[in-house]
Design a protein around this ligand. Structure first.
Ligand SMILES: *Cc1c(COP(=O)(O)O)cnc(C)c1O
Length: 347
């Protein structure tokens, strides 16, 4: 009997014979490689990178307590989002479900492929509306994108709601944990052995401080990950990126120190922002940004820009009326932010 994921695939993908690269065809050790038309003179980068990034996956697997076969690595988690849509969604027939307000790339990737997006807004408390989501789902609803902690609201979703979605949704539930490192909640990764319809996305772009190398992770049961490997460009994660990630993982102290600082600074901002007269509400954050509601968002945004501080104006986004999204910066940057906000209050 074919695995769960295989049943959901587009027909052309199920029939696909993947490209076989030189580096994936010969798997053993050798003295002399004359199989890939590379320049033979060693400069550290003259060879094609490992298509399956095995040393890096071994490290990540150990760090996360999972198997290397349960990991896909991509050119940012954005690549994983794009591949998911192309694996499972037949243009004009299949749909994805998103829960606005949320990350924009789900809709963009679907749009590029001509795949319809069904939007089921979060509840007023910024939680998934499980009943409405399941009522809107059928056999053509291939992917449900659940961003937790959610961008731009900043909160993580209740685990019980997530489990209800995993049990009830007929397609694949993609839990995007780009901000998971900043949350004290356990996240969905421990559930991957239990749910064959779960994909968890994480990234090196936020807490790891490596947005520039473009490295994202997708975790799922091995049969689903195999399909990622069949459709990805053969050398999608370049050697420089693999090297930089290995180095960061070798010395995780810097990651832990910076994470602790960002969390402490988030607490400082969560204390200070509500004291400002123009701030109407500061939403609790499980991420490295804070959503702030104010009476004059556009005015305040312009004031910050004129002081050289750029935040994200989310005031025209559903459920975020009046809101600015402020990333937690360095201690000095946050001090300056509060100073400029106080100036606005007294002006
Ligand atoms: C920043 C962010 C990402 C990161 O994408 P990368 O391609 O890994 O840089 C993914 N999802 C959400 C919700 C984000 O905010």
């Amino acid at each position: 009997m074919p695995a769960f994921a295989e049943n959901l695939l587009r027909d052309n993908i199920r029939r696909l014979r993947p490209y076989s690269s030189a580096r994936s065809e010969f798997k053993g050790a050798a003295r002399i490689f004359l199989d890939a038309n590379e320049n033979p003179f060693d400069n550290g980068l003259n060879r094609y990178p490992d298509p399956l990034q095995r040393p890096l996956k071994a490290r990540i697997a150990a760090l996360r307590g999972i198997q290397p076969e349960q990991i896909f690595l991509g050119n940012g988690s954005d690549e994983a989002i794009d591949l998911l849509v192309r694996l499972f969604c037949e243009p004009g027939l299949d749909r994805i479900i998103t829960l606005p307000p949320t990350y924009g790339m789900y809709e963009v990737c679907a749009g590029i492929c001509g795949v319809e997006v069904v939007q089921i807004p979060l509840t007023a408390g910024f939680q998934p509306d499980v009943e409405a989501i399941l009522a809107a789902s059928d056999g053509r609803s291939k992917l449900l994108f659940v961003c937790s902690p959610n961008n731009p609201t900043g909160n993580a979703f209740d685990t019980a709601l997530l489990q209800a979605l995993l049990r009830g949704f007929p397609g694949i539930v993609v839990v995007d944990e780009a901000y998971g490192d900043f949350s004290s909640r356990p996240g969905a990764l421990p559930l991957i052995d239990e749910y064959e319809n779960l994909v968890v996305l994480q990234t090196f772009s936020k807490a790891w401080g490596l947005a520039g190398i473009r490295l994202g992770m997708a975790f799922a049961q091995a049969p689903l990950i195999e399909w990622f490997n069949k459709v990805k460009p053969p050398y999608n994660v370049n050697q420089l990126t693999q090297n930089a990630a290995m180095e960061a993982l070798r010395e995780p102290e810097l990651f832990h120190r910076q994470l602790a600082t960002i969390l402490a600074e988030r607490a400082i901002l969560e204390q200070a922002l509500p004291l400002l007269p123009m701030v109407e509400q500061v939403f609790p954050s499980d991420a490295n940004f804070i959503l702030v509601k104010t009476a004059e968002p556009n005015d305040l945004y312009r004031h910050l820009v004129s002081a050289g501080i750029i935040v994200r104006n989310r005031s025209s986004v559903i459920l975020c009326e009046g809101c600015l999204r402020i990333t937690v910066g360095t201690p000095e940057e946050n001090r300056q932010l509060l100073d400029v906000l106080k100036q606005y209050a007294t002006a």
